[in-house]
Design a protein around this ligand. Structure first.
Ligand code: BGC
Length: 390
């Protein structure tokens, strides 16, 4: 009997998905017609933005595709400052949380929109041993190291170089992280390329090379609210994560080393469920790394999010083995862009990543980068909308 109910459930979810994909395509075709009438052009524009506290210029790039999607990305932290995408009626809203001024980005510790490195997420006690040498990293989260330390990649100015090619515009950001920066070994030459395509995808690709063995784990820390930033909490967003397992954590959000099944737990997003459905059963809210079923390497669907009031859909694809679901648990009523206030759970992140604390966990996929090797990681955030409730 249970099996039969599960089968009926599975079939109805499958049919609902087919209908949604079909209507997404129709919607996108009709959006195409609308936008071509308005003649929005694929464009990338650079403007001087702000100066950082040392007086260095920070530039802002605006990328627009021919469907009208627009994202602004600045050289400080190679940070996504805004991301405007249409709802089911073609109405645009900025779905990325952020600030209006550079000062707030400099002072802030929410990592809104930023590129995170050298190591996204936590390294226990800020230490790891590589080839018999112990490295001590900056500790900025109690005794632990979080998101690259006191001055991670989110707090440095990157070099930007815009580009335009058939069907896409983008910016290539580069940064040389010196040997010893925040305690890490090796000079690390880093590249982050943002590409906005005419298929409504924001692609982020990361590359890095080193001159000494080191450990590396990049991500992007955009907080999304598909109803528009500052427009309520994200608890009604329906989320699917393509992961049967996750890495449980201790009180300090450091992985215990186990790899646990999500089955029969509030961590289970293998079938779409609103973020709020079972969040009350998760101490502190979601702040966990999922083990993506694809296992990494091949670009694979990682997550799909649907916001019912606007109809906006976001799909995330990645080549790395993990993704952190963070439900904005530490947002505390701070002011964001355009006078909006960001309360607890007003944004969520889906941070594609290697597992937290991998340098101290030999059973996790390796994050070691050796001289002569190249770190490569590709993410795609794809936007669409559904006219109907999924
Ligand atoms: C982490 C949270 C942390 C937040 C900071 C997330 O990636 O998982 O624990 O508080 O970043 O904004």
């Amino acid at each position: 009997m249970k099996k039969k109910t599960e089968f009926v459930y599975f079939i109805s979810v499958f049919i609902a998905m087919l209908i949604a994909i079909n209507s997404c395509q129709k919607q996108s075709r009709s959006d195409n017609n609308k936008t071509s009438a308005m003649e929005v052009k694929l464009d990338v524009k650079k403007e001087a933005f702000w100066k950082n506290p040392e007086g260095k210029n920070v530039d802002l790039y605006t990328l627009t595709n021919s469907q009208g999607l627009k994202t602004k990305i600045m050289t400080y932290g190679a940070t996504v400052v805004s991301l405007e995408v249409p709802d089911r009626n073609g109405k645009f809203a900025d779905v990325a949380l952020g600030y209006d001024t550079l000062e707030e980005y400099v002072k802030g510790n929410a990592y809104f929109g930023a590129t995170i490195g050298r190591y996204a997420n936590r390294i226990a006690k800020g230490r790891f041993t590589l080839n018999g040498v112990e490295y001590k990293l900056a500790t900025n989260d109690g005794e632990n190291h979080l998101h690259g330390g006191n001055k991670g990649f989110d707090k440095v100015i990157w070099e930007g170089e815009p580009f335009k090619r058939e069907g896409a515009v983008g910016v290539k950001f580069t940064y040389l992280s010196k040997d010893g920066e925040e305690g890490y070994p090796g000079n690390l030459a880093c590249t982050v390329i943002y590409t906005l395509t005419d298929s409504n995808e924001l692609k982020i690709s990361y590359e890095a090379v080193t001159d000494k063995p080191t450990s590396i784990n990049f991500t992007n820390h955009t907080y999304f609210n598909l109803a528009g930033h500052g427009n309520g909490d994200i608890l009604n967003h329906e989320l699917m994560i393509n992961a049967d397992k996750f890495t449980p954590v201790d009180e300090e959000l450091i992985p215990t080393g186990e790899i646990q099944s999500v089955k029969n737990t509030p961590m289970d997003f293998t079938h779409p469920m609103t973020i709020g459905s079972r969040i009350g059963e998760v101490k502190g809210g979601y702040d966990h790394n999922y083990v993506i079923n694809s296992g990494g390497d091949l670009l694979a669907l990682t997550a799909r999010v649907y916001e019912p009031t606007s109809g906006r859909i976001m799909e995330v694809y990645t080549t790395v083995p993990g993704v952190q679901l963070y439900s904005g648990n530490f947002l505390n009523g701070a002011s964001g862009k355009q006078g909006k206030i960001y309360y607890k759970h007003y944004g969520f992140t889906l941070e594609t990543q290697h597992f937290p604390d991998s340098p101290n966990r030999p059973n996790f996929p390796s994050t070691i980068l050796n001289p002569g090797e190249k770190y490569i990681h590709l993410d795609i955030y794809k936007f669409g909308s559904s006219p109907n409730k999924l």
